[in-house]
Each structure stands twice: as structure tokens, then as C-alpha cells.
Ligand binder design. Structure first.
Ligand SMILES: Cc1cc2nc3c(=O)[nH]c(=O)nc-3n(C[C@H](O)[C@H](O)[C@H](O)COP(=O)(O)OP(=O)(O)OC[C@H]3O[C@@H](n4cnc5c(N)ncnc54)[C@H](O)[C@@H]3O)c2cc1C
Length: 372
């Protein structure tokens, strides 16, 4: 039987491989001329991902890739990591690391992360620093408002298992597309799906694209608004750091060429930066905060900019769960016996892209049942 997979991003391509392995005839419908969606890498001198992107080597997506020999070549974080805390750019204050180490192993769903931290950490400045640290695993302007269980899980996962895909996430997309084709999956480009077909369909995209296509207003969950700035700097830029976590302003910057020089022309730097956008804050103000953070670390950086791109995204960085809700409360994956919607804001566990991947596992199992 044929399975239609809508979307040729990371989730749709991985699901198409999984479905083909299970014996489905699979057609992938991708609206754009290129594959990858949010996991695409710029095909230019500076090979930027769509914002800072990391794989988590302790997660289900990684295991799924490993089982199929599809794990991309990756590098681990290494080099100087700086933190901006209380206006000072410095190594991580030992009190922050110590406070994290003494937190209980689990956190409650019903409490805010901030209230829960305040019960376990005496110093409010340390509490705010821990909250600032979780920006990059939630992309939320104030992770302290979110469910303690949700943020705590991300704080635990976001450490030593982080891996960066060499050459950018586009490398992973290329190898998934290659494997899908080998398995006989038909991949259609410039093929936007406008009507849901009657035969089994797995819709993979953002939750808002799924809502638009299905006209189902219940396909909605809370997400975040972020400002992204990517910089290509000449070799003369005297920058020594690898990463900066601005805990005061909820900004994250990584100079990826430090661990993967293939991302830019020889000697050049590629820096990718994400900043939270506060409710009511203008995008330009968030970009101003990013510039302020860069100024605090290296004043002459603007003299060395060869390439720059900046843009804003809303609800494209995955789900956030507020107190009292968990992933179980998000829009269900199975909409009808033949229509499944697997997004990174769906009712599935995991971190960022893992949510959509786990949602496809729920979908493929359920879609397999009527097929027998
Ligand atoms: C700034 C940023 C940083 C992130 N950082 C991380 C990270 O560090 N780690 C991590 O795991 N995840 C991260 N993510 C999330 C990750 O990028 C996404 O979860 C993942 O790429 C989602 O893949 P997808 O295939 O589900 O959706 P998408 O990548 O959105 O792909 C959906 C595809 O469907 C296509 N499409 C849409 N509508 C239709 C239609 N009607 N017909 C046909 N095709 C259609 C689109 O063109 C697109 O190619 C980040 C995301 C962003 C934006």
C-alpha cells in the first residue's frame, strides 16, 4: 500500500526510510525545490544551518540513525565557553555548576521552573543564571515560566551529549535522501500537498503548516519567538571563544568553524547566534542585544564581517510546555485511522527534533495496524 509523506525535512525523510523498511511503498511530497526544511544548510561560502543546531547522542533520533549506519560525521563541543552573568563575561561561575549538581533528579510538572529552583537554590542570582542557561534548549524568552519538569529534562540532556554535524545538517539530509531513494522511496520536489489524500498519509512539517493544510484549528501548541543572526568573519577577526551563553539576555552564540573549519572559506569564522525575543519586543531590539553581547567580547568584530544574515522565527523551534501540561497534552499524532501528523509540537516525548521523530514512530505503528 502507498504511504504519502508530506514534507521532505528531517522528519519526513527519516519516516520515509522507516516506512519503506516496514514494507510500504512511499511517496514523499516536498513543496520546495530542495529538501531539508529547517534542517537545511546554506549552500554558500558560509555553510550556516537554520540557526544553531545540535544532535543529542543520548537520544532516540541518534539511536535510530545508528541502527541504520546513518549517523553523520560529528564533532563535540571543545574550546573556550564564556558566560555573560551580571554584566560580566567570564567562565561559568562555580556556584551555578554547583547549584545544578545539587538539584533533585526530577522536577514537578505543575510548578514553574523558577519556583522550583527557588526551593532548591538560596541565591536568586544563581537561580536566574540557571534559567538563562536553559534558553538554548527551550528557545524561550523566560524558561523560568515554563513547567519545571519540561525545563529540567532539557537542562539534564543539554550537556555532554551535544554533537555538531560536520559540514552542517544538510549532510544528514543528503544521506537520508540517498538511503530513501535506495529503498525505492519516490521523492517529489516542488510538490506542495494542498488536499489530504484518502490513502494513508503522514504529515510532517511545522504545526502551523499542518493547521493550514488540514484547516483544523486544534492543531496548535505554544512555542517561542527567536532572532537569528549568522556572521561570516574574515580571518583577521581576533576571536578566541567557541561559545557564549549570555545568561543575562538569553542569547547563545557559537563559532562553529572552531570545531569544523569546513563551514567557511579557509581561516574564516562562521558564528551562529540565537536570541530570545520578549513578548512585545521588536526584532531589531533583539538584534541590538546580540550586537551588545558581541561588543562585550570583541569590540572590533564589525570591521571583519564578510557576510551576515538575520531573521526572525515564530513557533519554529519546537514545543514548550507550561506548568500543568506535558507532551501528552499536545495535539495527538493520529487524527484519523489514515492521517497522522508528526511535528516537533506533537504529543510525543523528546527534545526539539526528537519530538517529531518520536511522533513518526507512533504514527507508523498505528498506520501499520489497519494494513495488517
Ligand atoms: C533556530 C532553530 C534551532 C534549532 N535547533 C535545534 C537543535 O539544536 N536540535 C534539534 O534537534 N532541533 C533543533 N531545531 C528543530 C529542528 O530544526 C526541527 O525540529 C526539525 O528540523 C523539524 O523537521 P521536520 O521535518 O519535522 O519539519 P521541517 O524541517 O519544517 O520540514 C517540513 C517540510 O515540509 C515541507 N512542507 C510544508 N508544507 C508542505 C505541504 N503542504 N506540501 C508539501 N511539503 C510541505 C516544507 O517545505 C519542509 O521542507 C531547531 C529549529 C530552529 C528553527
Amino acid at each position: 500500500m502507498n504511504l504519502n509523506v508530506v514534507g521532505g525535512g528531517l522528519t519526513g525523510l527519516a519516516a520515509s526510510i522507516d516506512a519503506a523498511e516496514r514494507g510500504w511503498r512511499v511517496t514523499v511530497h516536498e513543496a520546495r525545490s530542495t529538501l531539508g526544511g529547517r534542517a537545511a544548510t546554506l549552500n554558500s561560502a558560509y555553510r550556516a544551518n537554520r540557526g544553531p543546531h545540535a544532535l543529542y547522542a543520548d537520544g532516540p533520533l541518534w539511536s535510530w540513525l545508528q541502527q541504520r549506519g546513518l549517523t553523520p560525521s560529528t564533532v563535540s563541543p571543545s574550546g573556550e565557553t564564556l558566560f555573560r552573568v551580571g554584566g560580566q563575561v567570564q567562565p561559568l561561575p562555580p556556584t551555578v555548576g554547583q547549584a545544578i549538581a545539587t538539584l533533585p533528579p526530577t522536577a514537578p510538572v505543575d510548578q514553574t521552573f523558577r519556583a522550583w529552583l527557588n526551593e532548591h537554590i538560596d541565591d536568586t542570582k544563581t537561580v536566574e543564571a540557571v534559567i538563562g542557561l536553559t534558553f538554548i534548549v527551550t528557545y524561550h524568552h523566560d524558561p523560568g515560566q515554563l513547567s519545571a519538569a519540561f525545563v529540567h529534562e532539557r537542562l539534564r540532556r543539554g550537556g555532554s551529549h551535544v554533537r555538531y554535524v560536520e559540514g552542517g545538517w544538510g549532510q544528514l539530509i543528503d544521506s537520508l535522501a540517498h538511503r530513501a531513494t535506495e529503498l525505492g522511496v519516490e521523492v517529489r520536489h516542488r510538490a506542495p500537498m494542498t488536499v489530504i489524500p484518502h490513502e494513508p498519509t503522514l504529515l510532517t512539517a511545522t504545526m502551523s503548516a499542518a493547521r493550514h493544510l488540514t484547516q483544523d484549528p486544534s492543531l496548535h501548541w505554544t512555542g517561542s519567538r527567536v532572532a537569528l543572526v549568522d556572521l561570516g568573519l574574515s580571518p583577521h577577526a581576533a576571536i578566541g571563544w567557541f561559545r557564549i551563553f549570555d545568561l543575562d539576555h538569553r542569547i547563545y552564540a557559537a563559532r562553529y568553524t572552531h570545531v569544523d573549519p569546513s563551514l567557511a572559506p579557509p581561516g574564516h569564522h562562521l558564528i551562529q547566534i540565537a536570541a530570545s525575543i520578549e513578548p512585545g519586543e521588536a526584532f531589531s531590539a533583539a538584534v541590538g542585544r546580540i550586537h551588545g553581547m558581541l561588543d562585550a567580547t570583541s569590540r572590533r568584530w564589525p570591521d571583519h564581517v564578510h557576510w551576515k544574515r538575520s531573521y526572525e522565527l515564530t513557533n519554529e523551534t519546537g514545543a514548550v510546555d507550561h506548568p500543568g501540561s506535558t507532551w501528552h497534552d499536545r495535539p495527538a499524532v493520529m487524527r484519523t485511522p489514515t492521517l497522522a501528523i508528526a511535528t516537533d509540537q506533537s504529543a510525543a516525548p523528546g527534545l526539539l527534533a526528537e519530538v517529531a521523530h518520536n511522533a513518526t514512530q507512533i504514527a507508523l505503528t498505528a498506520l501499520d495496524i489497519p494494513r495488517g
